[in-house]
Design a protein around this ligand. Structure first.
Ligand code: 15L
Length: 270
């Protein structure tokens, strides 16, 4: 049985994967936060922004599912530490420890500035919608480098939204069920002959914005379709931000007010 490291194992996706992949692989979990592990799992507390920790957790595993890091938009300092430095450390530590296979859950936010009336495949130019989206593009680029330069096997899943069911209209297009994401991750771990692949992490959704032919070519057979929830979801849907609704990335595309430290401080009114 293969030993598989899951970083960021306490998060939502990690929690679904632990349940779905139990018994299929020996799971080694890591996270900054402590975890309540079960008997068949091992846990190592680690901060992946430190190379020494990344080297420790990746030693002796057959494959890595690198979920660790920020999973939503956030301040640059945090994204830099967790998603840029952390991702570099994990890929580099894998290389130094001779771990060839890495599954990297990237995100729909790497291409979130495509419009909802467009269908995109795995070959489109990236269009990140946020600092978080840029960090996922960084991971994809780093994966490509490590595949071409060091012969590593990098499987990039641009995940939509993992949940037991879709939670709103946008997610009817990008939802993936826990069992479908587990199937895709298993393809990423086990399929022979991977060098560098990008696939979309969505179920077989009728309203998909993605042409997921590359995932199907590699053997993906999703079991679920968000359409089964559509009527119920659409009944509850309220109109949202009109800009966000134009784009696939939703609210992530909307510019926030970022304080400008160079601007003269406003005088307080007396
Ligand atoms: C993501 O990439 C996030 O990890 C997740 O928390 C959701 O925000 C998801 O995208 C989404 O777009 O729904």
């Amino acid at each position: 049985m293969k030993t598989v490291l899951i970083t960021g194992a306490t998060g939502d996706v990690g929690t679904h994967l632990r349940r779905e992949l139990a018994g299929k692989y020996k799971l080694r979990l890591s996270d900054l936060r402590p975890i309540k592990k079960n008997k068949s799992e091992t846990f190592i507390k680690a901060d992946i922004s430190k190379m020494s920790d990344a080297l420790r957790i990746t030693k002796g595993v057959d494959a890595i599912v690198h979920l660790g890091g920020y999973s939503v938009e956030g301040p640059w300092a945090g994204i830099l530490q967790a998603n840029i430095i952390g991702c570099y450390n994990v890929f580099e530590a894998a290389r130094r420890n001779g771990v060839k296979r890495v599954v990297f859950p990237t995100s729909n936010h790497a291409v979130g500035f495509y419009r909802r009336d467009q269908t995109i495949d795995h070959r489109v130019t990236v269009k990140p919608d946020s600092r978080y989206g840029v960090s996922k593009v960084f991971g994809e680029a780093l994966g490509s480098l490590y595949a071409d330069k060091y012969g590593m096997e990098m499987f990039m899943i641009r995940i939509g939204n993992v949940n037991p069911g879709p939670i709103d209209k946008r997610r009817l297009s990008i939802w993936i069920s826990p069992r479908d994401i587990a199937q895709l991750v298993s393809i990423g771990i086990d399929r022979p002959g991977i060098r560098f692949e990008i696939v979309y992490g969505i179920s077989r959704n009728k309203r998909a914005w993605y042409d997921n032919a590359n995932a199907y070519r590699l053997g993906y057979q999703p079991q679920d379709d968000a359409e089964a929830y559509a009527e119920e979801i659409l009944k509850k849907e309220k109109p949202g931000d009109p800009t966000a609704e134009l784009y696939q990335g939703g609210i992530f595309v909307v510019a926030e007010e970022v304080p400008n430290p160079a601007a003269p401080a406003k005088r307080k009114k007396k």
